[in-house]
Design a protein around this ligand. Structure first.
Ligand SMILES: NC(=O)c1ccc[n+]([C@@H]2O[C@H](COP(=O)([O-])OP(=O)(O)OC[C@H]3O[C@@H](n4cnc5c(N)ncnc54)[C@H](O)[C@@H]3O)[C@@H](O)[C@H]2O)c1
Length: 420
């Protein structure tokens, strides 16, 4: 072990003096008795681990999440681009693929996959990439793919995470993490077991308005946060076929989940209890698919703050996302129904163009999100939005659904213990 320790510290000195190795990803130095893996963790703290026969034998200081199984064919040079594959190239996945292909020079879009293989081929052709697959398994076989972006329907997220993790790929998975807690936990266990990294697609954290709000709250500008209010209204309700297929979670899992994440992240506190009201008012037929058209969820935080979230599938006038955080010394309002700051005035009156879709309202956030994910992977850092964040938001959704079904408040900690 002394020999390895010597080797480790000697390399540390070299890399530190050179002053240009922020991170030695997969810097594996084979030796007679095994190998040494070195990397620089956040705050430039050197960490290293000794591996023998693919197992971690000793690590100082140990961060198991960052240690990948020792597989020599996967060794990348720290100067190479991150190879990415996108699973599911519908509305969201296609945007991710396009952003990676055109706007993230540090990444290389290697392949896309979709059960609709003709669609995968069409997207590959449009984005001028070589590889299109009809499923995840084929894509996972490619050694030049370091990470997978999962944008298949909600129902398939957890299984795709498990498969990608088992193949040693890092992952960016769209929200929600899963549609039930057992599936979500099993996905996180697979990620931990494979020692890969998982980011969950809560891209609102990358929106300039929300990101600024978070910084100002953390700087204490509104004092102690007391009230959280948020609303998310889609412009047009989904077609009834979308409910029939049951591929995506109900409103609370597919839509409100973004606000559940913001509710934790912006307030810097966990939600202890929820009370939900929901309705099928304008579209009673969705009830037979276990869904609703609108909901309000009251929140009680662990440290005493309170909150409320409204979700609605059919605002008709536009895509309306707004959040308010009220504190002991002031308040922050994020979001506006206006898409641009311009107002057009004519003899007929004034017109303000409104946001109408998530792909336009959050266009910048999706780019910033994928750039940050790619850089995080290349730097060997842990993702800014973790799998645990995905699980916590899911837990709030489960509690909110139970509260709605049982017509009573529901503790978030006991969300999965309650039967309906
Ligand atoms: N973060 C956000 O703002 C945001 C916005 C929209 C959608 N989403 C999420 O992204 C995901 C995709 O949503 P969308 O709007 O693009 O849906 P979509 O229906 O437009 O696209 C889904 C695609 O996945 C494919 N697919 C279906 N089953 C698959 C499987 N098992 N494996 C691989 N591909 C499969 C479909 O053929 C389709 O091309 C959903 O989980 C949704 O919740 C996130």
């Amino acid at each position: 072990m002394g020999l390895f320790q010597h080797l480790g510290w000697k390399l540390y000195a070299v890399s530190y003096c050179a002053g240009r190795f922020r991170y030695l990803r997969h810097a594996i130095f084979p030796k007679r008795f095994g190998a040494c893996l070195i990397w620089l963790a956040p705050r430039n703290k050197l960490q290293y681990a000794f591996l023998r026969g693919g197992c971690v034998e000793h690590a100082l200081p140990y961060r198991s999440e960052l240690i990948k199984p020792l597989r020599f064919p996967e060794v990348n040079s720290f100067t190479s681009k991150l190879g990415v594959g996108v699973l599911g190239v519908g509305e969201m996945g296609r945007r991710h693929a396009e952003n990676i292909r055109r706007l993230v020079p540090q990444a290389r879009l290697i392949a896309v996959a979709d059960v609709a293989s003709a669609r995968a081929r069409q997207v590959a052709a449009e984005l001028e990439i070589e590889h299109a697959f009809g499923g995840l398994d084929e894509m996972l076989e490619r050694k030049d793919i370091d990470c997978i972006v999962i944008a298949s329907p909600d129902k398939f997220h957890a299984q795709a995470i498990r498969s990608a993790a088992a193949a040693g790929k890092d992952i960016l998975c769209e929200k929600p993490l899963a549609l039930d807690l057992a599936d979500g936990r099993s996905a996180l266990e697979a990620v931990a077991r494979a020692a890969v990294r998982l980011q969950v697609g809560f891209m609102r954290r990358y929106d300039p308005g929300y990101a600024t709000a978070k910084k100002r709250i953390e700087a204490g500008e509104i004092g102690e946060p007391v009230i959280f209010k948020s609303l998310g209204r889609d412009k047009d309700a989904p077609p009834i076929s979308a409910y029939q297929s049951r591929l995506n979670g109900m409103l609370l899992y597919n839509n409100t989940i973004h606000d559940f994440d913001l509710a934790r992240w912006l307030m810097g506190d966990e939600i202890a209890e929820v009370q939900a009201y929901a309705t099928v008012a304008i579209r009673p037929e969705v009830a037979k698919y276990g869904d609703v058209v609108a909901s309000v969820v009251n929140l009680k935080y662990q440290r005493g703050a309170i909150g409320n979230i409204e979700s609605y599938v059919q605002a008709v006038y536009g895509y309306d996302i707004r959040t308010e955080i009220v504190g002991s010394k002031g308040a922050i309002l994020v979001g506006s129904i206006q898409q641009t700051l311009a107002t057009f005035l004519t003899t007929e009156g004034g017109v303000q163009p409104l946001a109408d879709h998530f792909l336009t309202r959050f266009a910048d956030a999706y780019v910033t999100e994928i750039r940050d994910f790619v850089q995080t992977m290349l730097d060997g850092r842990l993702p800014r939005v973790s799998g645990e964040d995905g699980l916590r938001a899911l837990q709030i959704a489960v509690a909110a659904e139970k509260s709605h079904l049982q017509s009573k408040p529901c503790s978030v900690a006991q969300a999965d213990a309650l039967t309906v």
